[in-house]
Design a protein around this ligand. Structure first.
Ligand SMILES: Nc1ncnc2c1ncn2[C@@H]1O[C@H](COP(=O)(O)OP(=O)(O)OP(=O)(O)O)[C@@H](O)[C@H]1O
Ligand SMILES: [Mg+2]
Length: 208
């Protein structure tokens, strides 16, 4: 079965990371781009600090939970390409895999996606890679990712243009997006068209 691309957007502290962590607590093959080191600290992910180490994991299609800790734009592109090959090789072993890109708007632009990331979001789903892409403002992130989303989850957004843009994608009222309380979201399955609403329960270990 093909992978899924879930786009999660919302203002800071709205629940993006928490809801994604909760969805992925039991994943045995997980590779996160982790600028704040949260996944490495809280989610039983092995912290990866060098490209060499990441390369070795990818080319072996190694099973495990890994968090590449970096806030460097060039590292993001390297990670995305490595994630693609890691998922591709995992699929050759008959395994699905999951990748998470945190804070996407810091590493991509509304224009063209970096090539490694472009490869991952345009070709990765075919190799059973589930991609979770987290961003505060969709307007600041690349359109390739949004255009390929199979699920769109929106927490509260502040700016009216952002609410209108996402509401248009979700086919709901922009005011609903702006009024969402923290940890509440609206989401659409872009394949079936089904719209649903949910709330994140804070039942995971917290930083600090
Ligand atoms: N394990 C937890 N238990 C209880 N509350 C939590 C937990 N983790 C995070 N929170 C709270 O939930 C809210 C959302 O946190 P989260 O890290 O998901 O935000 P976010 O949308 O990813 O924000 P940012 O864009 O700043 O990364 C915050 O108020 C945070 O303090
Ligand atoms: Mg976050």
């Amino acid at each position: 079965m093909d992978g899924k691309l879930t786009v999660v957007c919302g203002r800071t502290r709205s629940g993006k990371t928490l809801s994604t962590r909760q969805a992925l607590t039991t994943e045995a093959r997980l590779l996160v781009f982790d600028p704040k080191g949260k996944w490495a600290e809280l989610d039983r992910c092995r912290a990866i600090h060098s490209r060499r180490e990441l390369y070795d994991i990818a080319q072996a299609g190694l099973k495990g939970r890994f968090a590449f800790v970096s806030a460097n734009v060039a590292d993001f592109n390297f990670w995305a390409r490595a994630a693609y090959w890691w998922g591709y090789i995992s699929k050759l072993h008959g395994q699905r895999s999951v990748v998470v890109a945190e804070e996407l708007s810091a590493f991509t632009h509304p224009g063209k996606a970096p090539p490694g990331w472009h490869l991952l979001v345009t070709q990765g789903l075919e190799f059973a890679i589930d991609i979770w892409s987290l961003m505060q403002r969709p307007a600041e992130s690349d359109k390739t990712c949004l255009g390929n989303a199979t699920r769109l989850r929106a927490f509260a957004l502040t700016r009216f243009q952002d609410c209108r843009y996402i509401a248009n994608e979700l086919d709901c009222d922009p005011a609903e997006i702006s009024r969402l309380p923290p940890l509440h979201y609206v989401e659409r399955d872009m394949l079936t068209g089904k719209l649903s609403r949910g709330q994140v329960r804070a039942n995971l270990r917290k930083a600090g």
